[in-house]
Write a protein that binds this ligand. Structure first.
Ligand code: SF4
Length: 361
Protein backbone atom coordinates (compact mmCIF):
# COMPACT_ATOMS: atom_id res chain seq x y z
CA UNK A 1 0.00 0.00 0.00
CA UNK A 2 1.53 3.39 -0.96
CA UNK A 3 2.53 5.49 1.98
CA UNK A 4 2.58 9.26 2.00
CA UNK A 5 5.41 9.23 4.52
CA UNK A 6 7.99 7.70 2.22
CA UNK A 7 11.36 8.98 3.36
CA UNK A 8 13.23 11.02 0.79
CA UNK A 9 16.10 8.52 0.93
CA UNK A 10 13.74 5.91 -0.45
CA UNK A 11 13.07 7.75 -3.68
CA UNK A 12 16.68 7.63 -4.87
CA UNK A 13 19.78 5.97 -3.64
CA UNK A 14 22.73 8.26 -2.96
CA UNK A 15 24.22 7.36 -6.35
CA UNK A 16 21.14 8.98 -7.86
CA UNK A 17 19.89 5.69 -9.21
CA UNK A 18 16.15 5.38 -8.73
CA UNK A 19 15.22 2.67 -6.29
CA UNK A 20 13.23 -0.03 -8.01
CA UNK A 21 10.10 -1.74 -6.77
CA UNK A 22 9.33 -3.78 -9.88
CA UNK A 23 11.86 -6.60 -9.86
CA UNK A 24 10.74 -9.72 -11.69
CA UNK A 25 11.72 -13.30 -10.95
CA UNK A 26 13.99 -13.67 -13.96
CA UNK A 27 16.00 -10.56 -13.09
CA UNK A 28 16.52 -11.65 -9.50
CA UNK A 29 17.38 -15.20 -10.53
CA UNK A 30 19.97 -13.81 -12.95
CA UNK A 31 21.63 -11.99 -10.05
CA UNK A 32 21.80 -15.21 -8.03
CA UNK A 33 23.29 -16.93 -11.09
CA UNK A 34 26.13 -14.45 -11.56
CA UNK A 35 29.66 -15.77 -11.04
CA UNK A 36 30.34 -15.32 -7.34
CA UNK A 37 33.03 -12.67 -7.79
CA UNK A 38 30.86 -10.66 -10.17
CA UNK A 39 27.96 -10.76 -7.72
CA UNK A 40 30.19 -9.68 -4.85
CA UNK A 41 31.69 -6.85 -6.92
CA UNK A 42 28.27 -5.58 -7.87
CA UNK A 43 26.97 -5.80 -4.31
CA UNK A 44 30.07 -4.01 -2.98
CA UNK A 45 29.61 -1.19 -5.47
CA UNK A 46 25.98 -0.71 -4.46
CA UNK A 47 26.96 -0.90 -0.82
CA UNK A 48 29.70 1.71 -1.12
CA UNK A 49 27.45 4.05 -3.06
CA UNK A 50 25.04 4.13 -0.16
CA UNK A 51 26.93 3.39 3.05
CA UNK A 52 30.27 3.63 4.72
CA UNK A 53 31.51 0.13 3.86
CA UNK A 54 33.35 -0.16 7.17
CA UNK A 55 30.43 0.63 9.45
CA UNK A 56 28.02 -1.93 10.84
CA UNK A 57 24.92 -1.05 12.80
CA UNK A 58 24.66 -2.89 16.09
CA UNK A 59 21.42 -3.91 17.76
CA UNK A 60 20.74 -5.89 20.89
CA UNK A 61 17.77 -8.22 21.14
CA UNK A 62 15.96 -9.14 24.33
CA UNK A 63 13.21 -11.72 24.67
CA UNK A 64 10.63 -9.97 26.85
CA UNK A 65 8.22 -12.92 26.75
CA UNK A 66 9.51 -16.35 25.91
CA UNK A 67 7.89 -19.53 24.59
CA UNK A 68 4.36 -21.01 24.53
CA UNK A 69 3.57 -19.22 21.26
CA UNK A 70 0.37 -20.52 19.63
CA UNK A 71 1.78 -20.17 16.12
CA UNK A 72 3.25 -23.28 14.48
CA UNK A 73 6.38 -21.90 12.79
CA UNK A 74 8.35 -25.05 12.05
CA UNK A 75 11.73 -23.45 12.69
CA UNK A 76 10.90 -21.94 16.04
CA UNK A 77 11.75 -23.33 19.49
CA UNK A 78 9.22 -20.94 21.00
CA UNK A 79 6.22 -22.52 19.28
CA UNK A 80 3.94 -24.46 21.61
CA UNK A 81 3.62 -26.96 18.75
CA UNK A 82 7.32 -27.85 18.99
CA UNK A 83 8.66 -29.90 21.88
CA UNK A 84 12.09 -28.37 22.45
CA UNK A 85 12.15 -28.31 26.23
CA UNK A 86 12.21 -24.52 26.22
CA UNK A 87 10.87 -23.12 29.45
CA UNK A 88 8.13 -20.56 28.87
CA UNK A 89 8.46 -17.23 30.67
CA UNK A 90 5.88 -14.56 31.31
CA UNK A 91 6.16 -10.98 30.11
CA UNK A 92 9.13 -9.33 31.82
CA UNK A 93 8.60 -6.47 34.20
CA UNK A 94 9.24 -3.02 32.76
CA UNK A 95 12.07 -2.27 35.17
CA UNK A 96 13.84 -5.55 34.27
CA UNK A 97 13.70 -4.56 30.63
CA UNK A 98 15.15 -1.14 31.45
CA UNK A 99 18.09 -2.77 33.27
CA UNK A 100 18.81 -4.95 30.22
CA UNK A 101 18.59 -1.92 27.95
CA UNK A 102 21.10 -0.07 30.11
CA UNK A 103 23.54 -2.99 29.85
CA UNK A 104 23.08 -3.07 26.07
CA UNK A 105 23.68 0.67 25.84
CA UNK A 106 26.86 0.45 27.86
CA UNK A 107 28.04 -2.37 25.59
CA UNK A 108 27.65 -0.10 22.56
CA UNK A 109 24.26 -1.05 21.09
CA UNK A 110 22.47 1.73 19.26
CA UNK A 111 19.15 -0.07 18.98
CA UNK A 112 17.34 -2.17 21.53
CA UNK A 113 14.96 -4.77 20.12
CA UNK A 114 12.34 -6.40 22.31
CA UNK A 115 10.69 -9.61 21.19
CA UNK A 116 7.61 -11.37 22.56
CA UNK A 117 6.45 -14.82 21.46
CA UNK A 118 2.83 -13.91 20.77
CA UNK A 119 0.41 -14.43 17.93
CA UNK A 120 -0.48 -10.80 18.64
CA UNK A 121 -0.37 -8.62 21.76
CA UNK A 122 -3.49 -8.72 23.94
CA UNK A 123 -5.17 -5.55 25.14
CA UNK A 124 -4.00 -6.15 28.70
CA UNK A 125 -0.35 -6.43 27.58
CA UNK A 126 -0.30 -3.20 25.63
CA UNK A 127 0.15 -0.74 28.56
CA UNK A 128 3.28 -2.61 29.70
CA UNK A 129 4.70 -2.84 26.22
CA UNK A 130 4.06 0.85 25.58
CA UNK A 131 5.77 1.77 28.83
CA UNK A 132 8.82 -0.27 27.80
CA UNK A 133 9.02 1.68 24.56
CA UNK A 134 8.77 5.04 26.34
CA UNK A 135 11.42 4.16 28.91
CA UNK A 136 13.94 2.66 26.49
CA UNK A 137 13.44 5.57 24.11
CA UNK A 138 14.07 8.00 26.98
CA UNK A 139 17.49 6.37 27.45
CA UNK A 140 18.48 7.57 23.98
CA UNK A 141 18.33 4.15 22.35
CA UNK A 142 16.47 3.44 19.15
CA UNK A 143 13.60 1.09 19.86
CA UNK A 144 12.35 -1.95 17.98
CA UNK A 145 9.73 -4.51 18.86
CA UNK A 146 8.46 -7.78 17.48
CA UNK A 147 5.19 -8.82 19.07
CA UNK A 148 3.42 -10.75 16.31
CA UNK A 149 0.51 -9.42 14.29
CA UNK A 150 -0.69 -5.87 14.91
CA UNK A 151 -3.96 -4.21 14.01
CA UNK A 152 -3.98 -0.58 12.98
CA UNK A 153 -4.79 0.75 16.47
CA UNK A 154 -1.99 -1.23 18.10
CA UNK A 155 0.49 -0.06 15.50
CA UNK A 156 -0.55 3.55 16.05
CA UNK A 157 -0.28 3.21 19.83
CA UNK A 158 3.27 1.85 19.50
CA UNK A 159 4.22 4.63 17.11
CA UNK A 160 2.77 7.24 19.46
CA UNK A 161 4.82 5.77 22.33
CA UNK A 162 7.95 6.37 20.25
CA UNK A 163 8.64 2.96 18.73
CA UNK A 164 11.09 3.45 15.86
CA UNK A 165 11.04 0.02 14.19
CA UNK A 166 8.67 -2.92 14.10
CA UNK A 167 10.02 -6.32 13.10
CA UNK A 168 7.78 -8.76 11.29
CA UNK A 169 9.48 -11.20 8.95
CA UNK A 170 7.97 -12.66 5.81
CA UNK A 171 10.10 -15.75 6.49
CA UNK A 172 10.10 -17.18 2.94
CA UNK A 173 8.36 -17.01 -0.42
CA UNK A 174 4.55 -16.98 -0.64
CA UNK A 175 4.76 -20.40 -2.34
CA UNK A 176 6.80 -22.09 0.39
CA UNK A 177 5.15 -20.31 3.30
CA UNK A 178 2.45 -22.97 3.80
CA UNK A 179 5.14 -25.61 4.30
CA UNK A 180 6.54 -23.63 7.22
CA UNK A 181 3.53 -22.04 8.95
CA UNK A 182 -0.15 -22.94 8.83
CA UNK A 183 -1.63 -20.86 11.66
CA UNK A 184 -1.51 -17.56 9.76
CA UNK A 185 -1.30 -16.52 6.14
CA UNK A 186 1.20 -14.59 4.08
CA UNK A 187 -1.44 -11.93 3.66
CA UNK A 188 -1.66 -11.61 7.47
CA UNK A 189 2.03 -10.78 7.48
CA UNK A 190 1.68 -8.22 4.72
CA UNK A 191 -1.31 -6.63 6.48
CA UNK A 192 0.69 -6.14 9.68
CA UNK A 193 3.55 -4.57 7.73
CA UNK A 194 1.06 -2.20 6.09
CA UNK A 195 -0.32 -1.24 9.50
CA UNK A 196 3.21 -0.54 10.72
CA UNK A 197 3.95 1.68 7.70
CA UNK A 198 0.66 3.51 7.96
CA UNK A 199 1.42 4.30 11.60
CA UNK A 200 4.67 5.95 10.46
CA UNK A 201 7.13 3.42 11.91
CA UNK A 202 10.13 2.00 10.16
CA UNK A 203 9.86 -1.58 8.97
CA UNK A 204 12.22 -4.40 9.80
CA UNK A 205 11.31 -7.39 7.61
CA UNK A 206 13.33 -10.22 6.18
CA UNK A 207 13.36 -13.97 6.20
CA UNK A 208 15.08 -17.23 6.94
CA UNK A 209 17.07 -19.33 4.52
CA UNK A 210 18.20 -22.91 4.90
CA UNK A 211 14.69 -24.21 5.71
CA UNK A 212 14.69 -26.66 2.82
CA UNK A 213 13.46 -24.03 0.39
CA UNK A 214 14.82 -23.84 -3.14
CA UNK A 215 16.44 -20.99 -5.02
CA UNK A 216 13.08 -19.91 -6.44
CA UNK A 217 11.86 -19.41 -2.86
CA UNK A 218 14.83 -17.26 -1.95
CA UNK A 219 14.16 -15.25 -5.10
CA UNK A 220 10.48 -15.00 -4.14
CA UNK A 221 11.24 -13.79 -0.63
CA UNK A 222 13.56 -11.04 -1.85
CA UNK A 223 11.12 -10.08 -4.58
CA UNK A 224 8.37 -9.57 -2.00
CA UNK A 225 10.62 -7.37 0.14
CA UNK A 226 12.13 -5.38 -2.73
CA UNK A 227 8.80 -4.71 -4.44
CA UNK A 228 7.18 -3.19 -1.37
CA UNK A 229 6.20 0.45 -2.04
CA UNK A 230 8.91 1.40 0.46
CA UNK A 231 11.77 -0.98 1.07
CA UNK A 232 12.03 -2.16 4.66
CA UNK A 233 14.63 0.02 6.36
CA UNK A 234 16.05 -3.10 7.97
CA UNK A 235 16.23 -6.49 6.22
CA UNK A 236 17.32 -9.36 8.48
CA UNK A 237 18.57 -12.38 6.59
CA UNK A 238 18.62 -15.32 8.96
CA UNK A 239 20.33 -18.67 8.52
CA UNK A 240 18.15 -21.38 10.03
CA UNK A 241 19.35 -22.42 13.46
CA UNK A 242 18.33 -26.07 13.70
CA UNK A 243 16.92 -26.61 17.16
CA UNK A 244 16.28 -30.18 18.29
CA UNK A 245 12.59 -30.86 18.63
CA UNK A 246 11.56 -28.55 15.80
CA UNK A 247 10.30 -30.13 12.55
CA UNK A 248 13.26 -28.61 10.69
CA UNK A 249 15.99 -29.96 12.95
CA UNK A 250 17.08 -32.51 10.33
CA UNK A 251 16.82 -30.35 7.24
CA UNK A 252 19.86 -30.39 4.93
CA UNK A 253 22.44 -27.65 5.47
CA UNK A 254 22.36 -24.75 3.08
CA UNK A 255 25.48 -24.31 0.97
CA UNK A 256 27.22 -21.37 2.72
CA UNK A 257 27.86 -19.54 -0.57
CA UNK A 258 24.11 -19.59 -1.22
CA UNK A 259 23.66 -17.72 2.03
CA UNK A 260 26.26 -15.12 1.02
CA UNK A 261 24.59 -14.81 -2.37
CA UNK A 262 21.26 -14.11 -0.66
CA UNK A 263 22.84 -11.27 1.30
CA UNK A 264 24.45 -9.86 -1.85
CA UNK A 265 21.23 -9.96 -3.86
CA UNK A 266 19.33 -8.32 -0.99
CA UNK A 267 21.94 -5.54 -0.98
CA UNK A 268 21.55 -4.97 -4.74
CA UNK A 269 17.74 -5.00 -4.66
CA UNK A 270 17.43 -2.75 -1.59
CA UNK A 271 20.45 -0.41 -1.82
CA UNK A 272 19.57 1.94 1.03
CA UNK A 273 18.30 -0.66 3.51
CA UNK A 274 20.36 -2.03 6.34
CA UNK A 275 20.82 -5.73 5.56
CA UNK A 276 21.22 -7.60 8.80
CA UNK A 277 23.36 -10.67 9.21
CA UNK A 278 21.01 -12.14 11.74
CA UNK A 279 20.36 -15.55 13.32
CA UNK A 280 22.82 -18.32 12.55
CA UNK A 281 26.03 -16.34 13.12
CA UNK A 282 27.01 -18.69 15.97
CA UNK A 283 27.56 -21.41 13.38
CA UNK A 284 29.50 -19.16 11.00
CA UNK A 285 33.24 -18.78 11.24
CA UNK A 286 34.85 -15.35 10.99
CA UNK A 287 35.67 -15.79 7.31
CA UNK A 288 32.03 -16.50 6.49
CA UNK A 289 30.88 -13.46 8.42
CA UNK A 290 33.51 -11.34 6.67
CA UNK A 291 32.17 -12.54 3.30
CA UNK A 292 28.69 -11.50 4.40
CA UNK A 293 29.97 -8.01 5.27
CA UNK A 294 31.67 -7.85 1.86
CA UNK A 295 28.37 -8.87 0.28
CA UNK A 296 26.72 -5.84 1.86
CA UNK A 297 25.51 -6.93 5.29
CA UNK A 298 25.80 -3.90 7.56
CA UNK A 299 23.86 -4.75 10.68
CA UNK A 300 24.17 -7.41 13.34
CA UNK A 301 22.65 -8.45 16.60
CA UNK A 302 25.14 -8.22 19.38
CA UNK A 303 25.00 -10.07 22.66
CA UNK A 304 25.00 -13.60 23.93
CA UNK A 305 21.45 -14.69 23.14
CA UNK A 306 19.33 -14.16 20.08
CA UNK A 307 15.87 -14.66 21.59
CA UNK A 308 16.42 -18.30 22.50
CA UNK A 309 19.42 -19.39 20.43
CA UNK A 310 23.08 -18.64 20.95
CA UNK A 311 24.69 -15.61 19.33
CA UNK A 312 28.46 -14.94 19.25
CA UNK A 313 29.49 -13.35 22.52
CA UNK A 314 29.93 -9.60 22.39
CA UNK A 315 33.69 -9.86 22.95
CA UNK A 316 34.10 -12.09 19.93
CA UNK A 317 32.12 -9.65 17.83
CA UNK A 318 34.30 -6.77 18.94
CA UNK A 319 37.40 -8.81 18.16
CA UNK A 320 36.07 -9.57 14.69
CA UNK A 321 35.28 -5.89 14.12
CA UNK A 322 38.85 -5.03 15.06
CA UNK A 323 40.29 -7.64 12.73
CA UNK A 324 38.23 -6.30 9.85
CA UNK A 325 38.58 -2.61 10.70
CA UNK A 326 34.83 -2.31 11.11
CA UNK A 327 33.32 0.39 13.30
CA UNK A 328 29.90 0.28 14.94
CA UNK A 329 27.60 2.70 13.16
CA UNK A 330 26.69 5.75 15.19
CA UNK A 331 23.09 6.64 15.60
CA UNK A 332 22.26 9.41 13.18
CA UNK A 333 19.46 11.07 15.09
CA UNK A 334 21.02 11.35 18.53
CA UNK A 335 24.23 12.97 19.62
CA UNK A 336 25.11 10.90 22.62
CA UNK A 337 28.67 11.22 23.79
CA UNK A 338 28.24 8.59 26.48
CA UNK A 339 27.11 6.09 23.88
CA UNK A 340 29.98 6.81 21.51
CA UNK A 341 32.35 6.73 24.45
CA UNK A 342 31.05 3.30 25.48
CA UNK A 343 31.68 1.95 22.00
CA UNK A 344 35.17 3.39 21.84
CA UNK A 345 36.04 2.14 25.30
CA UNK A 346 34.76 -1.36 24.47
CA UNK A 347 36.86 -1.45 21.32
CA UNK A 348 39.91 -0.17 23.21
CA UNK A 349 39.46 -2.86 25.88
CA UNK A 350 39.51 -5.57 23.26
CA UNK A 351 42.47 -4.06 21.41
CA UNK A 352 44.42 -4.03 24.65
CA UNK A 353 43.68 -7.71 25.19
CA UNK A 354 44.41 -8.95 21.70
CA UNK A 355 47.74 -9.73 20.17
CA UNK A 356 46.42 -10.37 16.66
CA UNK A 357 46.95 -8.11 13.69
CA UNK A 358 44.56 -5.18 13.93
CA UNK A 359 43.32 -4.20 10.50
CA UNK A 360 41.65 -1.11 11.94
CA UNK A 361 44.83 0.37 13.39
S1 SF4 B 1 8.54 -17.36 15.09
FE1 SF4 B 1 7.40 -15.95 16.38
S2 SF4 B 1 5.27 -16.31 15.79
FE2 SF4 B 1 6.42 -18.12 15.08
S3 SF4 B 1 6.27 -19.58 16.76
FE3 SF4 B 1 8.16 -18.41 17.05
S4 SF4 B 1 7.59 -16.76 18.45
FE4 SF4 B 1 5.70 -17.59 17.60
Amino acid sequence: MPNAQAPVAQSKSSSNQALRHDWNVDEITALFDLPFNDLMFRAQNVHRENFDANEVQVSTLLSIKTGACPEDCKYCPQSAHNDTGLEAERLMKVKEVICEAEVAKQAGASRFCMGAAWKNPRAKDMPYVLEMVREVKAMGLETCMTLGMLDGDQAQALADAGLDYYNHNLDTSPEYYGSIITTRTYQDRLDTLSNVRDAGMKVCAGGIVGMGENLRDRVGLLQQLANMPIHPESVPINMLVKVEGTPLDQVDDLEPFDFVRTIAVARILMPTSHVRLSAGREEMNEQMQALCFMAGANSIFYGERLLTTDNPAADRDRALFNKLGIRPEKRQDVSDEAHIGAIEQALQDVEDEQSFYNAGA
